[in-house]
Design a protein around this ligand. Structure first.
Ligand code: FES
Length: 161
């Protein structure tokens, strides 16, 4: 995925809050991710510069915690629930099939930038387990076949554009 230009001035409100305290690194990264949707390298470097934290340390922290996204999100965020109810309902197999169909892994975006796959904990609609959520829309009582059909429809819709 190609690097995109990022408007670093959007970080100013974050800097006002974190007050140049190195211990606020994680909180700064979280806030930056809320703004940009992910953590571009130049954003991480700027945060490090502001907090007096070396770039390698900033990158180290960002890569250590799975909450941080190091590449842009796809147009569709596909969240496959791995919570208990969904797990009992076969979510592991569904996640594997979805991953294979999309050709990407958990936390990654497809090469065409259309789908980001994320395995998540309980999505809060266990009565519909197993569940997948795409851009906020819930798909319940899922099977692997149903999940692939939903994704195929979205793929076709995108291909028509
Ligand atoms: S366990 Fe999947 S929605 Fe609750």
């Amino acid at each position: 995925m190609s690097e995109i230009r990022t408007d670093l001035s959007e970080l100013e409100p974050v800097f006002a809050e974190i007050e140049n305290v190195p211990e606020n690194l994680i909180s700064a990264l979280q806030k930056a991710q809320e703004i940009y949707g992910w953590l571009p390298k130049e954003v991480m470097y700027r945060i490090g510069e502001k907090l007096g934290v070396k770039p390698a340390k900033v990158i180290g922290v960002a890569t250590f915690y799975s909450q941080f996204r190091l590449e842009p999100m796809g147009k569709y965020l596909v969240m496959v629930c791995g919570g208990t109810a969904c797990h009992v309902g076969g979510s592991e197999k569904i996640a594997a099939v979805v991953s294979e169909y999309l050709g990407t892994e958990n936390g990654k975006t497809t090469a065409d930038g259309i789908f980001t796959l994320e395995k998540v904990a309980c999505l809060g609609c266990c009565s519909l387990a197993p569940v997948m959520m795409i851009n906020g829309e819930v798909y319940g009582n899922l099977t692997s076949e149903k999940a692939v059909e939903i994704l195929r429809n979205l793929r076709e819709k995108e291909a028509e554009k």
